[in-house]
Design a protein around this ligand. Sequence first.
Ligand SMILES: Nc1nc2c(ncn2[C@@H]2O[C@H](COP(=O)(O)OP(=O)(O)OP(=O)(O)O)[C@@H](O)[C@H]2O)c(=O)[nH]1
Ligand SMILES: [Mg+2]
Length: 390
Amino acid sequence: MSASRQLEVSLGWSKGNLFSLGSQERYTLEVKNNEQKAVEAQDVILKEDTYRRQYIARLPRIEANQKVSVDFTTEIKERVTIKDLPYKICFTLARTQLSKSFVNNGLGCYNRGLESFKPKSGKSKSPSVYNLLLFGTAGASKSSFLNTVSTMLRADDGRDNMIDSTAAAAGGADHTTRRLHRYMFSKNFAVNFNIWDTWGLARDAYKDTKLIEMLVDGKLPSEWEMSESLDMHRAKFQKMKHEKLETQMHGIIFFIPQMFVTDIDDEEQQRVKEVFQILIKKCYNPMVVVSKVDEIYRELRDHPFTNADMATNLRRRVADAFAIPSNNVRYAVNYLEEQQRSFEIECLAYETIQQALENCQSFEDARIMQYGGMSSKGKADEDGLIWPDA
Ligand SMILES: Nc1nc2c(ncn2[C@@H]2O[C@H](COP(=O)(O)OP(=O)(O)OP(=O)(O)O)[C@@H](O)[C@H]2O)c(=O)[nH]1
Ligand SMILES: [Mg+2]
């Protein structure tokens, strides 16, 4: 960005300087005078936007061919959400408007706020990280969402603009994900949650719904393979009977494609709703995420926060179908063929994860109230894992 040919301006923040949403940001504005004569001292104005208050800094006199730098500490407005965060920071310097977009266009340095979600500590049975389960119909974009989130979580240092494809995501009639897999986000990023990707709900999967209960109770290990035969599950389960697992799920994101509302036969809808009720009975408050919305509203791919009416409408219909509040229904737009990170796609994923983690906290709070922080299944765990009778 440049104010004029005379002044060359760059805005930087030190690498590793990540911001929490709503907290102060520190920037360094560097201004170089390319001319043979000095530039007098003047104000540089960081303009007010939906997120930050105006800030005026004094730029000192810059001698010919010299550069100076000014440190900014921005003041953030109250009660801001990720939606208030503008894509660019705007300045006025030497009567010229300047703007600076974030490095590589992704959410980049703003994901720090997700760190603050962590299980309460102090009780011996308290989990050290939250387990967040991606569940839902086959091909509903669970794995694609995981890739979008892992891209979003990557602090971007200006060099790496790649979109993650950690989880295989292809979809189609067949199951792409055939193994339960725990993605160790708590190790790879500065967050206190791991995400579990699952095989999709379909006619040939979870024929015995006990499997779903075992999945959320943390009785199935990562890499547990999908099988159509209940006997196979039972045999494997017997082998690991004495393995003690502590992978209770704390939150669930339940994926359905937008066709679920418009285009799915009653029998299948009924099955999905029944499965959803199993999760409700387990005291979860699953968030329902409607995927592939860009198939009907193309503009959502480039600007996922536009078309609020359609979003409200769709959310209401899904909320009615599942008998849940509409603020627990969201939609997803995942990276597909994009070559570059997208600020808006990542903001949408951030909001979904933030809300899912709030749900994890409520789930954990309720358990603490009920069991004083002990795992509700603590006693049963001691006795080993019990496969239901045939
Ligand atoms: N239009 C559109 N398609 C998407 C989006 N996200 C994912 N898809 C496509 O949906 C298909 C299924 O995606 P996956 O991520 O494999 O879905 P899944 O739920 O993990 O599927 P299974 O593992 O088979 O249960 C793929 O062809 C994706 O490219 C999206 O935001 N919009
Ligand atoms: Mg998958």
